[in-house]
Each structure stands twice: as structure tokens, then as C-alpha cells.
Design a protein around this ligand. Structure first.
Ligand code: NOJ
Length: 551
């Protein structure tokens, strides 16, 4: 351990992220220690015991730096500080050390595609003469018709990627909200400034970064301004820089792209260590609704192999909408029809709902989806609150409906805050089906049959098998398409996963040729199965049932 409690000994496995279980949270949403209606680092530190007990191994914190909060902190106005509402840098350091002491790693965000328009860099740029070093921190134009082939991402809110600035007397480029001007990565000063931001947090001891909106760093005429070679070149440079100065840290690419474009963010193992697998997520929802394994098989077969030191990050839900950018038009129509019949549930190209409401609060479906998340190739990411089946509020603006306070107990404000309920940063969920008095951590801790306990078992189980984080994937193709079955293998570990995607019990005959004669051990210990013989192995599996076997 070094001074700040980070494990940096020579024994530390540099590939730790392959066996990790990530928990995504917003400090604002976790626990309010000073009754101002907003979570803070002192509150979060108090809840580290809970997170340790849950069994997750790394925390991913949403942006917490100073910001006018017009995009929930993704609009940063000072990269090297903590928003005063969340505490001080000292509070962050204390939290970080406490997390490390418990063996929990901490991943923060580098949001450098854009800044807030309140950032001093932008304020300086707009007042500096065209062509000057300061002006060139951002992307300017006299006309709003450059880079026409770039799509608009926040299409419910923006009509152009250019906005007029009357102070600069010019248009500036923005891929997201117009109050988030894009930094200009053609400027060597910007590229250097990003390295300095990385140094600041890595020196403090953070274990890695999620790289927000990373495909959009550069703009080039005649392209869609995504995934450009210049972006990959810069990522290689950044990785080299970080590896040399701070070995063992992890870079996670947020690249909402098709698999072949997403894998480019791994480079030859010399860009990002991890990248989200965006296209898999909606297909898990599609498969369970269609009661057909096809969407999962298809996307995994289209997913190229990745360098051995790299890893996918996989997830069911996060702080954004369930994005439908990586599906076909027909698939999107289907997803809207079955998961977002109410217009209020939709935003941009996606669905703003949490996991439990999406799955009709069906416990078996929730278990099955989590079990799939924990057995597909990659590192699973749990979104805070989903471990207890929290509900959402589709009547709040933007994506706030999935960002409400964590529900700790049936006390006032769900035990999240002692403030006047009207002062909370967002209201607690009081929907009758998901009311915080019924859905909260305390209640579920006291009930061994709760979803929370089930999730703890799942997490525990995952930790026992390296094959889940590191193994190969090999699908079986039984004639019954409602059953998804696959092997995960790593060294001498062989796991067999069998999932019934249907609401009716299913029977299936598995051709397990290669593992004949072995005796399968069902990991949840719910049932005993006969040894695998020469013939097809018959198995019956209940409604949305799921078995995983060690062979
Ligand atoms: C991706 C983040 O996940 C999202 O919440 C944010 O609005 C955009 N990047 C813009 O920063």
C-alpha cells in the first residue's frame, strides 16, 4: 500500500478489471450527510460498508467536479476540484482512501470532449482573437455549415451542432447541448491539458477513468466526425503516458458504436483497456421479450475477438436512456412498442426507464437478466438501486427519472437525507408499485428472499470462477430457440449456462459432446442433475429459468 492506501505492490494484477464487478453511482444520489438535500462524499463514505457487503469490487462515480449542472455534471467548469455541494477535495481523498482500505477500486470520469460554457477556458476563448492559442481551445467557424455529415445526438433538444456566440462573433461546435462547447483536440495545448487532468486524479489514487463521449474528439470535413484516426492516435498517446507514469490503471471507453467500431478503441491492446458493449444491451431486452435467443447470438457472433489484455464492460441500465442507436429501425420500433408504449418514457433515441419497471417488476425476469449480465463475456456493471429493484419517475425532465435518491429505508426521504422533502435534488420514488416504503435496502437486508440477497449470491458466485470474467464463449444450438445455452471456459474451468427466455417452462436436449461423462454441479444449488452421458442431455427449465453448471 502507498500513502493513500492504494495497493500498488508488484503482485497487483494489472488485468484486475477483467475480474471486477462495477457499481455505477452518483455521489449526489447516495447519501446526504449534511441535510442539504443532496448526497455528498461524507455520505458516500458512510455507505462503503454496504457496497463492500454487496460484494462489488469497483465503484464508477459519475462526474462530481464543479459544474452549472445543466447536464448533470457532464458540463464541467473546473476539472481539478470537487463541486462544493459534494464536499471538498479532502473529503474526496478520505472517501477514496476508505474505499481502497476495503479493497474497493474507484473509477472516475474524464469528460474532455467538451466543457461547460462557464469553464474559464471557454470564457477566455470567446474573448481572444481568432487564430490565437486561447481561442483555439475550441472549434470555431464563421458559418454553421461545416461538418454537415455529423449527426445530432441530443435530437430532442438541439437542431444543429453549431451555436452562435455573440461575444466571439462566431459559431462554436458542440456534439451535445449547446452549453457544452467541444474542446479542439487539434490544439496541442488542449491535448496537454487533458494529460494534466489525468495526472491530477491518478496521483490522488483513482484506479481508472471512464472516457466520456470519446468517439467525438476530432472533426474532419467529409466524415461523420466519429471514430477518426486522429482520435485513436491521441488515445494511444494518452495510454502510453498513463501507463508510464501510473501503471495498473484502467481506461474505459464510452463509445456507443457497433462492435467493429467499438473494438477499435482497444487498438492493438494499446488504447483503452475496456469499452462498453452498447449493442448487446438492447438485445438482451429484445431476446427476453421475443422469447428467442436470436438477437443475443447474432450480436455476439458479430463481435470480433478483442486483444487479450482488453475487456468489455456490459450493463443492463445506466444513468442515461436505454439507447437504441445501435439497433435497426425495425428493432427500434419493436423496442418502443414493447418497452415504451407511453411517449413520456422516450427521450432522444431511447427509453428513460430503470430495470425493474422495464421488466414489469417481474422478479424472475429481473433475476434472469442479471444472471445473463453476469455470465456473458465482459465485466458487469450494476446501476445503483437496480440491486433492490428501484422504480423510476418518467414525469421528471431529461433523464432525471432514473437518477432519483437511493432508497435506504422506510424513513423520511427513504433514509437518504434529513432535509425537508421539498429540498431534495430530486423527489424520492412514491409510485405505488415501487414506493420507497416497500422498496429499500433495510427491508431487503432483513429478508433473505429479497432481490438484494439474490444479487449478493450472484456476485459471490461470479467471484469464484475466473471463466466468467476471462473465459471464451461458445454457444450451443439446441433446436428449441427459446433456450440460450453456452459454455464459458478458462484454463481448466468449464461453465455451462442454460437460460429459458420464455414465460413458459421449456424442455431442451443439449448436445454436450465434448464434456461427456462429467457431472454437472448446479451453482445456485437448486437442483441435482444426472451425469452427462453419450446421448443428448435432457433438461427441463421453468419460466424464465436459469441454470449455471460447473463441470
Ligand atoms: C454521455 C453521458 O453518459 C451523458 O449522460 C451525457 O449527457 C453525455 N455524454 C454528454 O456529456
Amino acid at each position: 500500500m502507498n500513502g493513500n492506501g492504494r495497493n500498488v505492490g508488484p503482485d497487483e494484477d494489472p488485468l484486475w478489471y477483467k475480474d471486477a464487478i462495477l457499481y455505477e453511482l452518483h455521489v449526489r444520489a447516495f447519501l446526504d450527510s449534511n441535510a442539504d438535500g443532496m448526497g455528498d462524499f461524507r455520505g458516500l463514505a458512510q455507505k462503503l460498508d454496504y457496497l463492500q457487503d454487496l460484494g462489488v469490487t469497483a465503484l464508477w462515480l459519475l462526474p462530481f467536479s464543479p459544474s452549472p449542472w445543466r447536464d448533470d455534471g457532464y458540463d464541467i467548469s473546473d476539472y481539478t476540484d470537487v463541486h462544493p455541494a459534494y464536499g471538498t477535495l479532502r473529503d474526496f481523498e478520505r472517501f477514496l482512501n476508505e474505499a481502497h482500505r476495503r479493497g474497493l477500486r474507484v473509477i472516475t470520469e474524464i469528460v474532455v470532449n467538451h466543457t461547460s460554457d462557464q469553464h474559464p477556458w471557454f470564457q477566455r476563448a470567446r474573448r481572444s482573437p481568432p487564430g490565437s492559442r486561447w481561442r483555439d481551445f475550441y472549434v470555431w467557424s464563421d458559418r454553421p455549415d461545416k461538418y454537415k455529415d455529423a449527426r445530432i445526438i441530443f435530437k430532442d433538444f438541439e437542431t444543429s451542432n453549431w451555436a452562435w456566440d455573440p461575444v466571439a462573433n462566431a459559431y462554436y461546435w458542440h456534439r451535445f447541448y449547446s452549453h457544452q462547447p467541444d474542446l479542439n483536440f487539434d490544439s496541442p495545448y488542449v491535448r496537454q491539458a487533458v494529460k494534466e487532468i489525468a495526472d491530477f486524479w491518478l496521483e490522488m489514487g483513482v484506479d481508472g477513468f471512464r472516457l466520456d463521449a470519446i468517439p467525438y474528439l476530432y472533426e474532419r470535413e467529409g466524415t461523420n466526425c466519429e471514430n477518426l484516426p486522429e482520435t485513436h492516435q491521441y488515445l494511444r498517446e494518452l495510454r502510453q503516458y498513463i501507463d508510464a507514469k501510473h501503471p495498473g490503471r484502467m481506461l474505459l471507453a464510452e463509445a456507443n458504436q457497433w462492435p467493429e467500431d467499438a473494438i477499435a478503441y482497444f487498438g492493438a491492446g494499446d488504447e483503452c483497456n475496456m469499452a462498453f458493449h452498447f449493442p448487446l444491451m438492447p438485445r438482451l431486452f429484445m431476446a427476453i421479450r421475443m422469447e428467442d435467443r436470436f438477437p443475443i447470438l447474432e450480436i455476439m457472433e458479430q463481435t470480433p475477438a478483442i486483444p487479450p489484455n482488453c475487456q468489455w464492460a456490459i450493463f443492463l441500465r445506466n444513468h442515461d436512456e436505454l439507447t437504441l442507436e445501435m439497433v435497426t429501425d425495425d428493432e427500434r420500433d419493436y423496442m418502443y412498442r414493447v418497452y415504451a408504449h407511453d411517449r413520456q418514457m422516450r427521450i432522444n433515441l431511447g427509453i428513460r426507464r430503470r430495470l425493474a419497471p422495464l421488466l414489469g417488476n417481474d422478479r424472475r425476469k429481473i433475476e434472469l437478466m442479471n444472471a445473463l449480465l453476469f455470465s456473458m463475456p465482459g465485466t458487469p456493471v450494476i446501476y445503483y438501486g437496480d440491486e433492490i429493484g428501484m422504480g423510476d419517475n418518467i414525469y421528471l425532465g431529461d433523464r432525471n427519472g432514473v437518477r432519483t435518491p437511493m432508497q435506504w429505508s422506510a424513513d423520511r426521504n427513504a433514509g437518504f437525507s434529513r432535509a425537508n422533502p421539498q429540498k431534495l435534488y430530486l423527489p424520492i420514488i412514491i409510485d405505488p408499485a415501487y414506493h420507497y416504503e416497500a422498496i429499500n435496502v433495510e427491508g431487503q437486508q432483513n429478508n433473505p428472499h429479497s432481490l438484494l440477497w439474490w444479487m449478493k449470491h450472484l456476485i459471490e458466485q461470479r467471484k469464484q470462477f475466473k471463466a466468467l470474467g476471462r473465459g471464451t464463449l461458445e454457444f450451443l444450438r439446441p433446436s428449441n430457440r427459446k433456450v440460450l445455452a453456452f459454455f464459458r471456459r478458462y484454463e481448466d474451468e468449464i461453465l455451462l449456462v442454460v437460460a429459458n427466455l420464455s414465460r413458459f417452462p421449456q424442455h431442451v436436449e443439449l448436445d454436450l459432446g465434448a464434456v461427456n461423462g462429467m457431472t454437472p454441479v448446479e451453482l445456485f444449488g437448486r437442483a441435482e442433475f444426472p451425469p452427462i452421458g453419450d446421448q443428448c442431455w435432457p433438461i427441463s427449465i421453468g419460466t424464465y429459468g436459469y441454470f449455471s453448471f460447473a463441470l
